[in-house]
Design a protein around this ligand. Structure first.
Ligand code: ATP
Length: 504
């Protein structure tokens, strides 16, 4: 754990040092859980959004995009249930005066038991070597089974309490599990209370008769209230989807873990409208398709896992999270929810407008059911960034810091480096830079020794360094150095564009 903490600190420091992420309002000592994306961060973030948009909108003829406003009619949040139920249960420790989410305290407790199972597996793996069969071990080993039973019992109890909104019971569970405050180490807890996460503001110049508005806590409702607009104007036929990328705001109780949990963040959400009765089939398909989207980036499969929900939101009939192995353990990266006809029905009820679809094949009207896929841009950023950051020991005994980002997400695709700052090499290098610029993000760098320039590009994740040397002037070829293997090869300048494009 100590190592993980150290590593996470490195992630945060690296993000700042190389212009990926800065604390918001830093010269005023920052603003809790709000961050700014710097010159590198904005590129990586845009590439993530583009990768999602391409996969969801460009590659599906039955999914279209939307960009709805952040401000929406206040009744929308009444209809969606957010005014009454978008709460987190909070609890304070009376000694440390620290505030926690009661559900997170319980989740962390479960994670500790999962760690114990992991340790048993590691020990057994060492003992049995290659013959170790994890599946067999976790289903037969007495200690593991005991731990698993504990986890199952806690999860069942927790789901029961949350479904019943039993806050007294929740506090009792925290006491029964012996959960202590990580700061004070005591069990001196207050009662559990509900806290609404929406930011409220006022619209209009006269405060008294102005309406209370909310900054949207999710982008999804903008999609639901535009269901008919898009369906009719786009002549969309069920099944079809509407995708949106945009900011969302939540007044999180405990904001820590860097950009994992922010108060202002960005979501990429897609609502897929289907015939009632087919939703679980579509849920399965989207679960698989979304996992494939992640895996296509080349991050190993063992970094992902599904977590099917025990406690379903009142509107859902199936829900799962795609969890990612962040530096602080497996946590939710994306949610996939089967939301039934809850949202469209509620908006029909609250607006008085019928949000239905006439299915000409069935010759009937119905309220479509919805499968939602919802992923945080910032969490995705943290996932790829933290997975990519590596400290490598090289054969010559030195070390290097490298960000081996998937090439398609890297802020800069190539850097053009004249070997020395004279003999016409900078001019030639500028030519190469201008050749590539219309096609990709390219950096030009002539300062410092070539080795140091390579290291700077490694640290921001540039997949290719292109070096212009004296031979280039003679034979029109440059050296291409690969970030991950550090292998170098000569490529003719007139072949450079197709060469790079084939590898990006
Ligand atoms: P959590 O349980 O971690 O609070 P959630 O279940 O409330 O998340 P959803 O409402 O399903 O999250 O939101 C969809 C996605 O939006 C999440 O999977 C996550 O990637 C992202 N997200 C949610 N809250 C935040 C936040 N405060 N900061 C950054 N990303 C967030």
């Amino acid at each position: 754990m100590a190592n993980q903490d150290e590593f996470f600190k490195k992630v945060v420091a690296h993000a700042k040092e190389y212009g990926f992420i800065f604390p918001s309002s830093e010269i005023y000592d920052g603003l809790a859980a709000v961050y700014d994306y710097g010159q590198m961060g904005v590129e990586l973030k845009n590439n993530i959004k583009q990768y999602w948009w391409r996969a969801m909108v460009q590659m599906h003829e039955n999914i279209v995009g939307l960009d709805s406003a952040i401000f929406m009619h206040p009744r929308i949040w009444k209809a969606s249930g957010h005014v009454d139920a978008f709460n987190d249960p909070l609890i304070d420790n009376k000694d440390s005066k620290k505030r926690y989410r009661a559900d997170v305290l319980i989740e962390d407790h479960i994670a500790k038991i999962e760690d114990k199972i992991e340790k048993e597996c590691e020990k057994a793996h060492k003992r049995f070597g290659d013959a170790f069969d994890r599946q067999q071990f976790v289903t037969t080993n007495a200690r593991v089974l005991e731990h698993q039973k504990q986890i199952d019992e806690i999860q069942a109890k927790y789901a029961e309490l949350m479904n019943a909104n039993d806050l007294v019971g929740l506090k009792q569970l925290i006491l029964d599990l012996g959960i202590v405050c990580p700061i004070s180490g005591t069990r001196n807890w207050t009662d559990v209370r509900q806290f609404n996460l929406m930011f409220a503001t006022k619209m209009g110049s006269v405060i008294d008769d102005s309406d209370t508005l909310y900054l949207r806590p999710e982008t999804a409702q903008g999609i639901f209230v535009n269901f008919l607009n898009v369906q009719k104007s786009g002549r969309m036929k069920v099944p079809f989807g509407i995708a949106q990328i945009g900011k969302a705001f939540r007044n999180e109780i405990v904001a820590r873990q860097f950009i994992f949990r922010m108060r202002e963040f960005e979501q990429m959400e897609m609502q897929f409208f289907v015939r009632p009765g087919t939703e679980l089939e579509w849920f399965k398909r989207w679960k698989e398709e979304r996992l494939q989207w992640h895996l296509a980036l080349g991050i190993p499969e063992e970094c992902y896992r599904f977590h099917d929900h025990e406690k379903l939101a009142h509107y859902a009939n199936a829900a799962t999270d795609i969890e990612f192995r962040f530096p602080f353990g497996f946590k939710e990266l994306e949610g996939i929810h089967s939301r039934t006809d809850f949202d469209l029905s509620r908006h029909s009820e609250f607006s008085g407008k019928k949000l239905q679809y006439f299915d000409s094949e069935l010759n009937e009207n119905y309220t479509p059911y919805v499968i939602e896929t919802s992923i945080g841009v910032d969490r995705m950023f943290l996932a790829v960034f933290s997975h990519a950051l590596k400290e490598e020991s090289l054969e010559d005994g030195s070390t290097r810091t490298v960000l081996n980002l998937p090439a398609r997400l890297a802020p800069y695709k190539a850097a053009v480096l004249p070997l020395v700052k004279k003999d016409g090499l900078p001019e030639k290098a500028r030519e190469v830079q201008h050749l590539l610029m219309p096609e990709m993000m390219v950096q030009y760098d002539e300062k410092d020794a070539i080795g140091r320039r390579y290291r700077r590009q490694d640290a921001i994740g540039t997949p290719f360094c292109i070096t212009v040397d004296n031979d280039t002037l003679e034979n029109g070829a440059v050296t291409v150095r690969h970030r991950d293997s550090m292998q170098q090869e000569r490529v003719a300048i007139d072949q450079l564009l197709p060469y790079l494009k084939a590898r990006l």
